[in-house]
Design a protein around this ligand. Structure first.
Ligand code: NAD
Ligand code: MG
Length: 393
């Protein structure tokens, strides 16, 4: 029996690769029931004509008419706006949701899917960073909901953890390629252009995560993601720079054994595992040739040159809504950097400003409304800071 699958962010890098997996090696197991996209209505319309899902959502309402016109004759239903995502993921016919939109826009649909008891394959790490506690509590309360990581590092750790008893785990090691500026001095990084930041050495991904990889914020977000997914304190989540991106992460056991997952830098593998878990399935994707592997390197991250990683650890450890602030400020800063409005090194400065301006509410309960309000506050503050950049020093 085929399972009904929804892909949120179907036009993106993860969305497209998910379509490759579910119409390739997993074609017999999944039916493309729903697709969503935000911009690029033309691309969404193309996907609708090709895969003929039962329902689709264009979250940017301005593109609704265009998509509708370009899909005339399609027998499915087109929804629009962020509310359309909630309607799609809670559709009783839906079994599995791949959450692959970018940014905090993923919070509400991810949460709604879990609340409705669905299996969520999670690529959208920002939802766990901004709303980790709420998502994990919902997951526990709403059986049979499941949350399976797609992010390659978390998939690696998840795979290594199978059949490991909790007390046997000492800590986890998240690998990071180091990004294109791993060896640059702080002085050289002052003049980084968007084009240079978008040229990732080992992975091909969407723009936001590629810039996050260059600042190491991506690893910082992943540290917080690992905290929630695996229930580990921050001092048991380590980061190691591994420029070859062959080892996707490791776990360290109490007896000193290290278990790792290796593979080519190809997201289709963790996507497929999230969709076959706990089973496996053969596929025609490229494989690692062990004879070609040499010189795997590992070294500690430089927190001084990459302050975003330090900020993420600090936000994670402080807890509360500070990771929500970090995430929102980062999204605004990255957008401004890509638009050529701020320099590369201003990204961590903006995040730091937003974090220090945030005053923790006393015993604030982090329900959805509070999280969205904090997210909105941090965005507005960051935009103001960008508008008056000279005050950033
Ligand atoms: P992308 O930019 O290629 O695609 C993003 C998708 O989200 C697009 O379909 C877009 O239409 C949609 N979208 C954008 N803004 C939206 C909004 N406001 N509301 C609803 N939908 C919106 O991004 P990507 O690289 O595929 O990354 C998606 C998510 O997966 C991110 O959270 C990223 O961190 C994570 N991730 C990506 C990779 C990768 O290899 N690309 C690896 C690990 C994790
Ligand atoms: Mg990753």
């Amino acid at each position: 029996m085929q399972k009904n699958l929804v892909i949120l962010g179907a036009t993106g890098s993860i969305g497209q690769q998910t379509l490759d997996v579910v119409t390739g090696p997993l074609a017999a197991d999944y039916r493309v029931y729903g697709l969503s996209a935000h911009n690029r209505g033309d691309r969404l319309a193309e996907l609708i004509r090709k895969y003929r899902p039962r329902r689709a959502v264009v979250t940017n309402t301005g593109q609704y008419q265009e998509v509708l016109a370009a899909t005339a004759g399609w027998e499915g239903e087109l929804l629009s706006g962020p509310g359309g995502l909630l309607e799609l993921v809670t559709d009783p016919a839906v079994e599995v949701v791949v959450s692959a939109v970018v940014g905090a826009a993923g919070i509400q649909p991810t949460l709604a899917a879990l609340q409705a008891g669905k299996t969520v394959a999670l690529a959208n790490k920002e939802s766990l960073v901004a709303a980790g506690e709420l998502i994990m509590t919902t997951l526990k309360a709403k059986s049979p909901a499941r949350l399976i990581p797609v992010d390659s590092e978390h998939s690696a750790i998840f795979q290594c953890l199978q059949a490991i008893a909790e007390p046997d785990l000492k800590q986890v090691h998240l690998t990071a390629s180091g990004g294109p500026f791993a060896c640059w001095t702080a002085e050289e990084m002052k003049s980084v252009t968007p084009a240079a930041a978008l040229a990732h050495p080992t992975w091909r991904m969407g723009g936001k995560i590629t810039v996050d990889s260059a600042t190491l914020m991506n690893k910082g977000l992943e540290v917080i993601e690992a905290h929630w997914l695996f229930g580990l304190p921050y001092d048991r989540i380590k980061v190691v720079i591994h420029p070859q991106s062959v080892i996707h992460s490791l776990i360290e056991l109490v007896d000193g054994s290290l278990l790792a997952q290796l593979g080519p830098a190809d997201m289709r593998l963790p996507i497929q595992y999230a969709l076959t878990y706990p089973g496996r399935k053969a596929n025609p994707f490229s494989r690692l040739d062990l004879y070609q592997l040499s010189d795997l390197q590992f070294y500690p991250p430089n927190f001084k040159r990459f302050p975003c990683l330090e900020l993420a650890y600090a936000a994670g450890k402080a807890g509360g809504a500070l990771p929500t602030v970090l995430n929102a400020a980062n999204e605004e800063a990255v957008n401004a950097f890509l638009a050529g409005r701020i320099g590369f090194l201003t990204i961590p400065r903006l995040i730091e400003h937003a974090m220090s301006a945030y005053e923790k509410g006393s015993n604030q309960r982090l329900d959805l409304d509070t999280i969205l309000a904090v997210d909105d506050w941090a965005r507005r503050l960051t935009r103001q800071l960008i508008a008056g950049q000279s005050s950033l020093g």
